[in-house]
Design a protein around this ligand. Structure first.
Ligand code: UFG
Length: 330
């Protein structure tokens, strides 16, 4: 089938493009390359464009005539969203509104949408299920919660179906080491830890040690990017077979503290890098763990890589590959 993937040159999008390409789909990637890379698009055609450019977006839709859309194009950093809320509402909420408008006007009626665990804010209990109230505590989560509301309303008003996948903490890299995170200034814990191990940063900061958790640091449900990709392929197939609109969590159902992740990163790399305990980072909830039973039962999702050391090992191998590439290019 013909699938238009927004943000398909980015970290998660490129892994999903790989998975869909392997299934033989005809792909068009629409990406502004703000954080993505041309080399990361393993299948299909890349068009450089922004969701804010409605004219180009509509032209691309009318020429490619997709059967469905997968939407990754978004800004994703919690702390940055606290500092730059308008950028987040603009790119994530208004950008997706533009996309939906073009989809409706060109008759494209199926969407797999990237949502986030950040829509829950500080959940009353973890693991958190999809029925928990949405109470985001940062602009990033709010920008995504607004889109979920828009999608629900749109699916009632139009012949339009979607699956919104609420990601927990996505990490790791392609197991064959062809893809992985390649942000200019990464902020995610595992990537920062590995780059510290590699010497790019002098020390890794631990943001907050006074949270109401067993060791005082935040707990997250770290999920391998290829397991998340598989969930997108299942969601796409479900919609293609006529499935009704759904919202599903994607995580493994158990979490690790910041300190536990650091220990695992030291173990995998064999490097005892420096760590500095510092104050809390604005916008961080203490614990986010997924109840993914809906994804497992409805879409028959069976994760393959539920192993923190394995996730970190794939990210480490990717980090070493990136470093080799950089030194060859220099
Ligand atoms: N952290 C550190 N030091 C660092 C980086 C992170 O202590 O150098 C801590 C954070 O404070 C947080 C935890 O590690 O407690 C995880 O932080 P990340 O930045 O890796 O990820 P977030 O939980 O902030 O956010 C990620 C995605 C969001 C998504 C969320 C869902 O970026 O898009 O997971 O759980 F919504």
């Amino acid at each position: 089938m013909k699938i238009l993937v927004t943000g398909g040159a980015g970290y998660i999008g490129s892994h999903v493009v790989k998975a869909l390409g392997l299934e033989g789909h005809d792909l068009l990637v629409y990406d502004n390359l703000s954080t993505g890379h041309e080399w990361a698009v393993m299948y299909g055609t890349l068009v450089k464009g922004d969701l804010a450019d409605r004219v180009l977006l509509e032209k691309v839709f009318r020429e490619f005539r997709p059967d469905a859309v997968i939407n990754f194009a978004a800004s994703i950093q919690v702390e940055e969203s606290v500092r730059r809320p308008l950028a987040y509402y603009g790119n994530n909420t208004v950008g997706t509104l533009n996309l939906l408008d073009v989809m409706v006007r060109t008759g494209v009626r199926c969407l797999v949408h990237s949502s986030t665990a950040a829509v829950y804010g500080i959940p009353e209990a973890v693991p958190v299920s999809e029925t928990a109230p949405l109470a985001p505590i940062n602009p990033y989560g709010s920008s995504k919660a607004m889109v979920e509301r828009i999608l629900a309303d749109l699916s009632l008003a139009e012949d339009f179906r979607y699956v919104a996948i609420r990601y927990f903490n996505v990490a790791g890299a392609d197991v064959a080491c062809r893809l992985g995170q390649a942000y200019r200034e990464p902020t995610h814990l595992i990537t920062r830890a590995l780059k510290t191990a590699h010497g790019r940063y002098g020390r890794l900061q631990v943001f907050g040690t006074d949270y109401p958790t067993a060791d005082g640091t935040c707990i997250r449900d770290y999920i391998h990017v290829d397991d998340l990709s598989a969930a997108h392929v299942l969601a796409f197939n479900y919609l293609a077979e006529g499935g009704a609109s759904e919202v599903v969590n994607c995580g493994y159902g158990h979490g690790f503290s910041v300190r536990e992740v650091i220990e695992a990163a030291k173990h995998v790399t064999g490097i005892d890098f420096s760590v500095e305990e510092t104050g809390r980072r604005p916008g961080d909830p203490p614990a986010l763990i997924a109840d993914s039973s809906r994804l497992r039962t409805l879409l028959k999702w069976e994760p393959q890589y539920d192993d923190l050391d394995f996730i970190i090992r794939t990210a480490w191998e990717w980090e070493l590959t990136l470093k080799r590439r950089e030194s060859c290019a220099a």
